[in-house]
Write a protein that binds this ligand. Structure first.
Ligand code: 0WE
Length: 256
């Protein structure tokens, strides 16, 4: 495995042990990175403290609602004074109101559209802008996407449009930040049974559909997303920026 020895990173989006953010954080940590974590709301504070606390009692754990500029500023203030520098950032944050992920896309309200884009896409721009001044030796920013950004997946609806904005933002950020040796990429993951997927009608049918149709005839494992996260953070990916990497057992290449 590539080494991230001496690298300093921040992880947005751990909710519990099943989170993709946690899988990538564990892989970054195992490769030698020192990490800071943020949590969204008091509800998730103890989960993140219990998980990230395993990396040492001095692990930096900070609250961050990514829709609040002052909370983002406070996070990078703390990271700056504790780490002095930053090399890695993981964005694994998304939200659309539940009603928007049911029924027809055409019925998406202005408010659901705004919230989905604010939390799931604009947040990458705001976090990248705040992280960049700390990435004095260059850096790697990784964001999580999904196939619904490019093709219609039933009920993914406004989240698909927000992921399309996230992927386009990745390209514009990669262009702006390339001169500072900061790379920005997306991992487009196949479906994973996380808190975000729980309660989505038909999710287990979707897992079976991927098993039947993906070239590898199975679903992606969280540790495989971790390994891709390590690759994108490593020197092996030094010439890769602005890309969407499909980690989906090949599902995305199929036409039928
Ligand atoms: O990006 C996602 C899910 C993100 C998500 C999940 C929820 C559930 C709870 C965003 N907002 C909410 N809001 C809630 O209230 N995925 C890639 C997983 C996912 O979600 C789907 C999928 C897949 C796959 C929703 C409908 C159809 C497919």
């Amino acid at each position: 495995m590539a080494t991230l020895e001496g690298k300093l990173g921040i992880v947005f989006g751990v909710a519990n042990k099943r989170s993709i953010a946690w899988a990538i954080a564990q892989a970054w940590h195992a490769a030698g990175a020192r990490l800071a974590f943020t949590y969204q709301g008091e509800r998730l504070k103890s989960n993140v403290e219990e998980l990230a606390g395993a990396f040492g009692a001095d692990t930096l754990i900070l609250p961050c609602d990514v829709t609040r500029d002052e909370e983002i500023a406070a996070v990078f203030q703390s990271v700056g004074s504790t780490f002095g520098r930053l090399d890695l950032m993981l964005h694994s944050v998304a939200f659309a109101p539940k009603e928007a992920l049911e029924g027809r896309f055409v019925d998406t309200t202005r408010e659901a559209f705004r919230v989905a884009h604010d939390v799931s896409a604009y947040s990458l721009v705001a976090l990248a802008r705040a992280a960049a001044p700390l990435m004095s030796g260059g850096g790697s920013i990784v964001a999580m996407s999904y196939y619904g950004a490019e093709k219609v997946v039933p009920h993914y609806n406004v989240m698909g449009v927000a992921k399309a904005a996230l992927e386009a933002s990745t390209r514009y950020l990669a262009s702006d930040l390339g001169t500072q040796k900061i790379r920005v990429n997306c991992i487009s993951a196949g479906p994973v049974n996380t808190l975000a997927a729980r309660g989505i009608a038909g999710f287990s049918d979707m897992l079976r559909h991927y098993e039947a149709h993906a070239p590898l005839k199975r679903n992606v494992l969280p540790e495989e997303l971790g390994a891709t996260g390590v690759f994108l953070a490593s020197e092996g990916a030094a010439a890769i920026t602005g890309q969407v990497l499909y980690v989906d057992c090949g599902y995305q290449i199929m036409g039928m």
